[in-house]
Write a protein that binds this ligand. Structure first.
Ligand code: AMP
Ligand code: ZN
Ligand code: FE
Ligand code: FE
Length: 291
C-alpha cells in the first residue's frame, strides 16, 4: 500500500480513440480515488486543455502526456511523452507528419476491407471520432455496429491486426527522432507497453533498450494491464540495468476497451504515486541537460 496514493499514467480520451471526453475521464479518475492521472492520447495534444480545467475542478493532479506511434523494430512501438510543452514547434512538426500518415492510412484500410466485402465509409468514422484522431479501434467499432464481426477483438483478429488482410502501416517516425522531439518539447520519453514489441526471446528487449537509452530514452512502462508479473519484473530489472525510471498505466480507452478500468486495468494494477515523483525528478535532469 502506497501511503502517498495512486495514479494512472496511460489513458485515452475522444481526442484519439477513447470514448470518454477529457472531463468525464478526469471525473472518473477522481471517483476511482486516484491522486494523479496522465492523458496520453495517440499523436495529439488536443485533449489536454479540457483535461487541465477538469483537474482544477475535481482537484486531481494532471500529468500532461502524449503517446506517439513509431516505426519500431518489431510489433507495435509506442512512446509516451510526459510534461511536454504543448506549444513546441519541433513536436508539432513531428505530429503533423504522423497525423498526415494516419489520415492517408485510413482510406487504405477501408479499401482493403471493401475488397473483402466489408463496406465502411470514411464519413461513418468521422462521425464516431467527433474530430479526434481516427484509428483502427474506430474501424473495428463500425464493423461491430454493422454486424460484420461479433466484437472489436474479432475485427482485429480477422482483419485489422498487424499483417492481417486489411492492415496498413501508420507511422513513419523513428525511435531516435521521436525521443529527441519529446526532449525538445521539454518532456520525458518513456517506452510504452514493451510487450507490444513482441520480444521473443525476452533478451531482444535488452538490445532495443540499450540502443534507445543511447538516444536518450528516460523510462519504461513496466506496470501495464497486459504485462504478466514475470514480464513486469523483467522490465523493472531493465530499468535498474540502464538507469531508467519506471512508470505504469492501464491504457484505459473507456467503452473502446471495456475490460480495462482506470487505475486498475484488468484488476491487476495499482500504481503508486511515487512514480509521478520519479517522473518529475527525471524531468528536472532532462531540462537541466538541455539548458
Ligand atoms: P491504431 O492507432 O489505429 O494503430 O490502433 C491502435 C489501437 O488499437 C490501440 O489502442 C490498441 O490498443 C488497439 N488494438 C490493437 N490491437 C488490438 C486488439 N487485438 N484488440 C483490441 N484493440 C486493439
Ligand atoms: Zn488507443
Ligand atoms: Fe499504445
Ligand atoms: Fe495507449
Amino acid at each position: 500500500m502506497s501511503d502517498k496514493g495512486f495514479c494512472d499514467l496511460h489513458t485515452h480520451t475522444i481526442a484519439s480513440d477513447g470514448s470518454d471526453s477529457p472531463s468525464d475521464l478526469i471525473k472518473k479518475a477522481k471517483e476511482a480515488g486516484l491522486r494523479a492521472v496522465a492523458i496520453t492520447d495517440h499523436d495529439t495534444l488536443a485533449g489536454l486543455t479540457e483535461a487541465r480545467d477538469a483537474c482544477s475542478k475535481y482537484e486531481i493532479e494532471l500529468v500532461p502526456g502524449i503517446e506517439l506511434s513509431l516505426l519500431g523494430p518489431r510489433g507495435n512501438m509506442h512512446l509516451l511523452g510526459y510534461y511536454i510543452d504543448p506549444d513546441s514547434k519541433e513536436l508539432q512538426k513531428v505530429l503533423d507528419g504522423v497525423q498526415k500518415a494516419r489520415a492517408e492510412r485510413n482510406p487504405k484500410i477501408l479499401n482493403l476491407l471493401k475488397g473483402l466485402g466489408i463496406d465502411i465509409k470514411m464519413s461513418e468514422l468521422e462521425q464516431m471520432a467527433k474530430g479526434g484522431q481516427i484509428g483502427r479501434p474506430h474501424i473495428a467499432r463500425a464493423m461491430v455496429e454493422k454486424g460484420y464481426v461479433k466484437n472489436v477483438s474479432q475485427a482485429f483478429d480477422r482483419y485489422l491486426k498487424k499483417d492481417g488482410p486489411a492492415y496498413a502501416p501508420k507511422s513513419i517516425l523513428e525511435p531516435k527522432e521521436a525521443i529527441e522531439a519529446i526532449h525538445k518539447a521539454g518532456g520525458v520519453a518513456v517506452l510504452a507497453h514493451p510487450i507490444s514489441l513482441e520480444p521473443e526471446p525476452l533478451t531482444l528487449l535488452d538490445g532495443f533498450i540499450k540502443t534507445w537509452t543511447q538516444y536518450g530514452l528516460d523510462g519504461i512502462e513496466c506496470y501495464y494491464s497486459e504485462h504478466s508479473p514475470d514480464f513486469t519484473e523483467y522490465c523493472l530489472n531493465l530499468c535498474r540495468k540502464f538507469g531508467l525510471i519506471t512508470t505504469g498505466g492501464s491504457d484505459y480507452h473507456g467503452k473502446a476497451k471495456p475490460y480495462i478500468k482506470l487505475g486498475v486495468g484488468k484488476g491487476n494494477l495499482s500504481i503508486p504515486y511515487e512514480l509521478v515523483e520519479g517522473l518529475k525528478e527525471r524531468l528536472q535532469s532532462v531540462r537541466n541537460a538541455d539548458s
